[in-house]
Design a protein around this ligand. Structure first.
Ligand code: NI
Length: 188
């Protein structure tokens, strides 16, 4: 295994559409996933997508710990999950706003709208299929990571760029989210 260099916002690999993986069980994809896992662990991320380590292929890994789960039924802890060639479909039209960060946008945080519930399907390293419904933070992580495969970073999903800020300042000057959400409601 090896620690890989993480691409930062501005690198063209983060704007490219990543290529489908033809052979999810190949040694090269297993090697890539092992290196992504080591890199994510070292950097302290919840998830990482292959383009973030300069590999333009449709592979993401993530895990969902207990700390940011919502009380929605399909928002549950997930052990390390590897998605190859993932496809997402929204369930319903509800959206939720919450803070996100990204290893490719170090030091910043932003409030991002995401589909509240999704259905996602992907291939696995052992030739199987993952087919899940997700809600809340679990759904958010999957949407964030899969966006990387289409060249999209979370700031491009934001609707109010005043809420893109340095993490330190966001902690120092907390945003009244209830007030912000009320404003969003008015503008729709
Ligand atoms: Ni990211």
């Amino acid at each position: 295994m090896a620690l890989l260099k993480i691409a930062r916002m501005g690198h063209p690999v983060l704007r490219a559409k990543a290529a489908a993986v033809d052979d999810p069980g190949s040694a090269s994809i297993r090697h890539l996933v092992a290196d992504m896992l080591e890199t994510m662990g070292d950097a302290g991320g919840t998830g990482i997508a292959a383009p973030q380590v300069h590999v333009s292929k449709r592979v993401v890994i993530f895990r969902v710990g207990p700390e940011r789960l919502t009380d929605l039924e399909d928002d549950t802890e997930q052990d390390l999950t590897v998605l190859i060639n993932p496809v997402i479909e929204p369930i319903g039209t509800e959206r939720a706003f919450a803070w996100e960060g990204c290893l490719s946008v170090p030091g910043l945080r932003g409030v991002v709208p995401r589909h509240l519930k999704i259905h996602y399907r992907a291939q696995t390293l052992d030739g199987g299929i993952i087919d899940r419904e997700a809600a809340g933070f679990h759904a958010r992580v999957v949407q964030h990571e899969c966006d990387h495969l289409d060249g999209i970073l979370y700031p491009q999903r934001m609707t109010d760029h005043r809420l893109l800020m340095f993490a330190e300042e966001a902690q120092r000057y907390p945003i009244d989210m209830a007030r912000f959400l009320a404003t969003q409601g008015e503008s729709e």
